[in-house]
Write a protein that binds this ligand. Structure first.
Ligand code: ATP
Length: 237
């Protein structure tokens, strides 16, 4: 796909496919097009050229059918909106509820399971504005789980997250992968990519590399993408 915002060419000829039961780590410097790739896959940003298929469906249809779950960057969410954790997770069930949006037993059970898997049961009735950064990320992961999504797009799920939340999120993502879900995860944590991801993609408007993390994270590639050599341990910052 090729995506442009006015004069800014955000993505150029990017072609990428990720299979079921795989976690793909999406890496790239600030402004390299990671969020644009996510919003285009979701059908929220239009592509100038190219197309997206999610389990064979166009983005709008995949969204309508609840096939795809999206964990946005925290800045894209209005955290002052007065809504509780359980309500946000229940939103994942709206597509199945019909116009009255009255939850049935199956909806409540799916929400309870999603809250439990993400370690949020005790926070279910807390306002989302009163959560930590890591807890907020987990709310959106829970919404995708409740929705029954099979493809997950996670924009910086580890940004501003403490070690405890990081471990919980890592565990949940690995479990979803093992259940056959497809996950695309953008991150700045290069060391984490090697540990969690089955494959990595390096973006800089164009796709510089896509393959096994060990190959994609080669120093010369990182130099090209980030303009700096990685620190010991694989981190860039
Ligand atoms: N709504 C917009 N209007 C105009 N330009 C935009 C818009 N959104 C993004 N851009 C530009 O498109 C390019 C890619 O931005 P994008 O947010 O996709 O990058 P990113 O890799 O997610 O960055 P970061 O790591 O900082 O979140 C940047 O040059 C950015 O300035």
């Amino acid at each position: 796909m090729t995506v442009r915002y006015g004069d800014v060419l955000a993505l150029e000829d990017v072609s990428l496919s990720v299979g079921p039961g795989r976690i793909c780590g999406l890496l790239g410097a600030n402004g390299s097009g990671k969020s644009t790739l996510f919003t285009t896959i979701m059908g929220l940003t239009g592509a100038e050229a190219g197309s997206v298929r999610i389990l064979g469906a166009a983005p709008e249809r995949a969204r309508r059918q609840g096939l795809v779950g999206y964990v946005p960057q925290s800045e894209q969410v209005d955290w002052a909106f007065p809504v509780r954790v359980v309500d946000v997770v229940m939103m994942g069930r709206y597509g199945r509820m019909g116009p009255t949006r009255r939850p049935r037993r199956a909806d409540r059970a799916a929400v309870a399971t999603a809250l439990e898997r993400t370690g949020l049961t005790d926070l279910a009735h807390r306002q989302i504005g009163a959560l930590s950064g890591g807890q907020r990320k987990r709310v959106f992961v829970a919404r995708g789980i409740a929705q029954g999504a099979r493809v997950f797009l996670l924009d910086e799920p580890f940004a501003g997250v403490d070690k405890g939340s990081e471990a919980t999120i890592t565990e949940v993502l690995a479990a979803m992968r093992d259940e056959g879900h497809t996950l695309l995860v953008s991150t700045h944590d290069l060391a984490g990519v090697g540990e969690l991801c089955d494959e990595a993609a390096l973006l800089q408007r164009r796709l510089l590399a896509h393959g096994p993390p060990g190959e994609v994270l080669a120093p010369e590639r990182l130099m090209e993408a980030f303009g700096i050599a990685p620190l010991p341990g694989g981190r860039t910052e």
